[in-house]
Each structure stands twice: as structure tokens, then as C-alpha cells.
Design a protein around this ligand. Structure first.
Ligand code: NAD
Length: 294
């Protein structure tokens, strides 16, 4: 029977573990991890994400240093705030909510974060460390969404060594770090992208398929090898006719109804990868805190 991977439950378990660990750290060091959350402007989706991240952080005992800046803030002003946070002792993690306004260069902003406080794991130094690190290096700051996917895969208690994994998507925040993580687990990794030819045939050879494309239900049932493990990162809002009414619906990059029949395990959307991302952000903040007191 196909296992439906419950991201909400796994993410909750991770937060429960972090809460215990942070409470022990507080007892020992008389301080808790601090996460600076920087939002520029009022993009509605960003406000929702910032609220969710703040709430989860506070629940596990991480303190929040909140900076909500106006849309017209200049790049220099934002960098100057980041430099201040880089030097602030009670800040262990810095999160700059993306997207930033058009007049800012996102990479320049991300590069200005002290790599040891890089809660998202996007700084070039951390990206480089991930690519050269050994398997058991557990104090790395790793991009949250792919790390969440890896935790879900490991939770299946299967031997990942030698498995053929295909990652569809090569973005800096999901596809590329996901491929690095799978490589670290000794999978044989194929990275597919918008210019890949014969995508269905490539998918058909994969024991593990991670879809991070941003195209609703692009991965079809007949692409999947029998017994494959499917991790669906995509979050796509579509309109679908349900009982004669047009309704908004959230779907992944994988046709769940078709692939569920052939997969051995699959993540749903919503309730799969999504909840893992925030928990992994809290994990990174806690790792940065522990690294700072070593
Ligand atoms: P992106 O747009 O930066 O990258 C998409 C990738 O898909 C690109 O590398 C592109 O080459 C590839 N691609 C596009 N069309 C393709 C096609 N027809 N065939 C094969 N490859 C194709 O997107 P992203 O930021 O990596 O996000 C991907 C998806 O994951 C989006 O739906 C996004 O909303 C979702 N996402 C979810 C979470 C989460 O927490 N669950 C986090 C980040 C992103």
C-alpha cells in the first residue's frame, strides 16, 4: 500500500524536539536562540509567511527580533540594518523574507548576511560548504525546503545508497541543494530542468523523484516507476470546477491521483513538504546558536 507522507506530523515532531533542545540550552547557557526577521514592503504572501515563521519560532522558544521596513527603503539602508544584525549578540539567525522590492538586488542582500547567521542557508559560503561537506557534518546551515525533503526521505527508513534519484528543477533554493543532499546520501542523481529532453523516460528510471518545478501536476502517473518515492515540492494555485463551481485549489507539481497508484510513498500538497520548511528554518537558527556558543 502506498504510504502518504505526513509532512505536518513530521514537522511537528521536529518542532517538539527543537523545543526540548532549546529549553535544555536555556538552562545551560541562560539564553535562547534569536531570529531576526526582516520584511521589506507589504507583499501579502510575505506577510503570511513571516507571521507563520514568527509564530512557530516563538512556540519552540526562539526569540524574534522583528524588522518591518517600508517598501521605499533603499538597498543601502537594508544592508546597513543587516550589518547591525550581523553584530548583534542576541541575533543568531537572520531571515530576509523574499521577494524583495524590484529596486534591490536579492543576491547582494543575501551576500551581506554573516554566513554564520544565515538562517536560510542561501549565502555562497554555506552553499559551497554543502557541496564539499562530508556526510555527517550536522552543523551546516542548509536551505530549508530541500533539507525538509531529506528528513522525510530518511523517515522512510530505507537505504538511500545507490538509489537513482531525479530532481526536477535546478533553482538555487530547492533543486540544486536537493541534488547535493541526495548526492551526500550516495544516491545517483539526475538533475532535470526546462531544457531537459525525454523527461518522462528519465523519471521512469528513478527510484526517488523530487519535483520542484512550479508547473501544476506536470508529473504524470505514466512517468513513474512502480514503487518509486515521490516528493512534491510544488505549490501551485489553480482554478478547478468542483460540483459546477469554479474554485481555487492548491496542487503540486505531481498529479497526486495518478502517481499515488504507482508510488510506494508520496507527499501530498498541501500537507507534505510545505510544513517542513518552517521547521527546518527553526532548526538552522538553533544550529547557528549552538555554533556560536561552541
Ligand atoms: P524556480 O522557478 O526558481 O525553478 C523552477 C525550476 O523548474 C527551474 O530550474 C526550471 O528549469 C525547471 N522547469 C521549469 N519548467 C520545466 C519543465 N517543463 N520541465 C522540467 N523542468 C522545468 O522555482 P523554485 O523556487 O525552485 O520552486 C519550485 C516550486 O516549488 C514552486 O511551485 C514553488 O512554489 C515551490 N516551493 C515550495 C516550497 C515549500 O516550502 N513547499 C519552497 C520553495 C518553493
Amino acid at each position: 500500500m502506498t504510504k502518504i507522507i505526513d509532512g505536518k506530523l513530521i514537522a511537528q515532531n521536529l518542532r517538539d524536539d527543537l523545543k526540548k533542545e532549546i529549553s535544555q540550552l536555556k538552562e545551560k547557557h541562560n539564553k535562547v536562540p534569536g531570529l531576526a526577521v526582516v520584511q521589506v514592503g507589504n507583499v501579502a504572501a510575505s506577510s503570511v509567511y513571516v507571521k507563520a515563521k514568527t509564530k512557530s519560532a516563538l512556540e519552540v522558544g526562539i526569540s524574534i527580533i522583528d524588522h518591518h521596513l517600508e517598501d521605499k527603503t533603499t538597498q543601502e539602508e537594508l544592508i546597513s540594518l543587516i550589518h547591525k544584525l550581523n553584530n548583534q549578540e542576541n541575533v543568531n539567525g537572520i531571515l530576509v523574507q523574499l521577494p524583495l522590492p524590484n529596486h534591490m538586488n536579492e543576491q547582494t542582500i543575501l551576500d551581506s548576511i554573516d554566513p554564520s547567521k544565515d538562517a536560510d542557508g542561501f549565502h555562497p559560503l554555506n552553499v559551497g560548504k554543502l557541496s564539499i561537506s562530508s556526510k555527517n557534518d550536522d552543523n551546516l546551515l542548509i536551505p530549508c525546503t530541500p533539507y525538509g525533503c531529506l528528513i522525510m526521505l530518511k523517515g522512510l527508513n530505507i537505504d538511500l545508497k545507490g538509489k537513482h534519484a531525479i530532481v526536477i528543477g535546478r533553482s538555487n533554493i530547492v533543486g540544486k541543494p536537493m541534488a547535493q543532499l541526495l548526492l551526500k546520501e550516495s544516491c545517483t542523481v539526475t538533475i532535470a530542468h526546462s531544457k531537459t529532453v525525454n523527461l518522462p523516460e528519465l523519471c521512469n528510471e528513478a527510484d526517488i523523484l523530487v519535483a520542484a518545478v512550479g508547473r501544476p501536476e506536470i508529473v504524470r502517473g505514466n512517468w513513474i516507476k512502480n514503487g518509486a518515492i515521490i516528493i512534491d515540492v510544488g505549490i501551485n494555485r489553480i482554478q478547478k470546477e468542483i460540483n459546477g463551481e469554479i474554485k481555487n485549489k492548491l496542487v503540486g507539481d505531481v498529479s497526486f491521483s495518478e502517481c499515488e497508484k504507482k508510488a510506494s510513498a508520496i507527499t501530498p500538497v498541501p500537507g507534505g513538504v510545505g510544513p517542513m520548511t518552517i521547521s527546518c528554518l527553526l532548526r538552522n537558527t538553533t544550529i547557528a546558536f549552538k555554533n556560536s556558543i561552541k
